[in-house]
Design a protein around this ligand. Structure first.
Ligand SMILES: Cc1ncc(COP(=O)(O)O)c(C=O)c1O
Length: 392
């Protein structure tokens, strides 16, 4: 087999997803009008699959902060912080994150993906063990793979399954990192973080929580699920991204452990990539200020989430297990999900099509993510269009 022949599998996957010329993996929006509306095939389309939880991507203060930084500090940093040095704004953002999470140490990465690779490959080595939730994001798997650590999966959100594996590790448990998400990205369910903290303490293990989808969404101050469950200070590493609720780009880690600062010297995904550009950092800092000073955004988000979830449930759809800003509509057959996705898009509602193997179990999903910026009319329009595909 030649080097390139293996792409025939990807080609088949692409062809299998193409739906009368409409490929869900190749959607192009001609324009973006607001945090909740784009233009697709010339039509104004409701964006209901963007992870733009607080709707900050079009926030005037965030845009102004980005523009001011572009004008005063240029378009890019043109190199990594280790080689080219940091900008004062990189350090200011790290300080602001530390303050927000009430945690002494914070580190910024160029993306959320790089944060997971960078933290996991720094913390873990080939002699260490990982207990990973089976629904964990690909970036968490990739980080573990990069480290060479031995990875064992436990059943999604199943404390018994986790405990059994911790027991099996015996003395190795003290060199084990448990890896979970706060809110899971496909089904929108949250982890029992407080119980997992209790288990990790009982067995002397460590815990990493990826709050990519829960930053700005959960917790009294918006820090995430660990905060909401009162255990933020007991988590060894909290990682997350600026690309969802903050509407920007970049990733971070906060930790009570002083060694986090030394990751800068060993973490290849930190060292060997360009640092975030000044405008992205400025936008992120302003978005974090907005997150902290406008709790009403969280209230609006949850109100929209509840409206969408309960209405789709009333229509008889099978959804994720709890009300959350990610509302995942389950389809047993991939073809039905694909057909429904197309009908919704033609009716100017864009949601995410998720099919195996990127989904829990063997199901397919039309995944909606709700925003604080959605109007009640937009939420109702999404519901109305879903009603039309119910018995397709
Ligand atoms: C749980 C989780 N972690 C990390 C990431 C990566 O974040 P980013 O897109 O900022 O690289 C994602 C992105 O989808 C995610 O869902």
């Amino acid at each position: 087999m030649s080097l390139l022949e293996k792409f025939s599998t990807a080609q088949q996957l692409k062809e299998g997803l193409s739906n009368d010329g409409l490929d869900p993996t190749g959607v192009v929006f001609e324009d973006m009008l607001s945090a909740t509306e784009g233009v697709f095939h010339g039509r104004k389309t409701i964006m209901a699959g963007t992870n733009n939880y607080l709707g900050l991507s079009f926030d005037p203060a965030c845009i102004a902060a980005g523009v001011a930084a572009l004008e005063s500090q240029g378009t890019g940093t043109t190199g990594s912080r280790m080689a080219n040095g940091s900008y004062a704004s990189h350090l200011a953002l790290e300080q602001e994150l530390a303050d927000f999470f009430q945690c002494p140490n914070a580190m910024v990465f160029s993306t959320g993906y790089a944060a997971n690779l960078g933290v996991l490959s720094a913390v873990l080595g080939p002699e260490d063990a990982v207990l990973m939730d089976s629904d964990a994001h690909a970036s968490l798997y990739d980080g573990c793979r990069m480290s060479g650590a031995e990875v064992f999966r436990f059943k999604h959100n199943d404390l018994n399954s986790l405990e059994r594996r911790l027991k099996r590790l015996e003395a190795r448990a003290s060199r084990c990192l448990i890896v979970i998400e706060g809110m899971y990205s496909v089904l929108g369910d949250s982890a029992p973080v407080a119980e997992i903290v209790a288990l990790k303490e009982q067995f002397g293990a460590s815990l990493l929580v990826d709050e990519a989808h829960s930053l700005g969404v959960f917790g009294e101050r918006g820090c995430g699920v660990a905060e909401a469950q009162g255990v933020m200070g007991q988590v060894d590493f909290i990682v997350g991204t600026f690309s969802k609720s903050l509407g920007a780009m970049g990733g971070f880690c906060v930790s009570p452990h002083e060694v986090l600062d030394l990751f800068r010297y060993v973490s290849r995904p930190f060292i060997f990539t360009a640092s975030p550009s000044p405008s992205v950092v400025a936008t992120t800092r302003e978005a974090l200020r907005q997150l902290r000073s406008r709790p009403e955004l969280r209230v609006a988000l949850w109100s929209n989430a509840e409206r969408l979830y309960t209405s789709l449930q009333d229509l008889g759809f099978e959804l994720g297990p709890e009300i959350s800003p990610v509302v995942a509509v389950r389809f047993e057959q991939k073809e039905k999900a694909l057909a429904g996705w197309k009908v919704l898009l033609e009716a100017s509602v864009y949601v995410n099509l998720m099919v195996p193997p990127a989904t829990p179990g063997s199901a397919s999903f039309l995944r909606c993510s709700v925003s604080a910026a959605h109007t009640t009319e937009q939420i109702d329009m999404i519901i109305e269009q879903f009603a039309k595909i119910k018995d397709h």
